[in-house]
Design a protein around this ligand. Sequence first.
Ligand code: CA
Length: 221
Amino acid sequence: MRVLLVEDDPIVADSLIRILRRSNYVVTHEANGRRADHLLTVQQYELVILDMGLPDMDGAEILRRLRHRDVKVPVLILTARDKVEDRVQGLDFGADDYLAKPFDLLELEARIRALLRRGQSASSATLQIGELCLDTVGHRATLNGEPLELSARELSVLEILMLRAGRVVSKELLSDQMSDLGEEMSINAIEVYVHRLRKKIEAGNVSIRTLRGLGYLMEKP
Ligand code: CA
């Protein structure tokens, strides 16, 4: 479960990162508005926690652009308690919920769970390519309905490949994405994991091709 946290206050960000990691969410933190906007164009997340006041681009603008691209990821906005207009604007631009700072941690956790449940029912959490199915929330993969025995890292590699099925994924991109997910992985390690994954899914109708010098291609049947 990948969460993008956009917050420029380091103290608030640190406490949020701690809570989210404790709940086993994979957290990417970004303090700059413009860079967060870019991340949202190249990466998929299951939840975005968005501060409104940010350097370079404010939260409202990030949200407006996100919804303009028709991305339906649940967004929880963080606002100062006295800034009612921020809240109204955020909800107008398509936020799903808000939390006023300073917030209660238990309340935050409860709101996150509620949003993720809502997101799940929108089925964004399940990826399906041919006979291969990955539940990115429950961290389970199946092939033709049969459970696949995959390690956490294999699941992450599989998810990255499935999200880009039909497109070439370079080893460098895989390595970068794994480190975004908090899992440093060398190019050599990537090769090993892809090799193992390929063996585990070879009985099905989805294959991972190696394109020399380019990377990998998950082919849709
Ligand atoms: Ca701020």
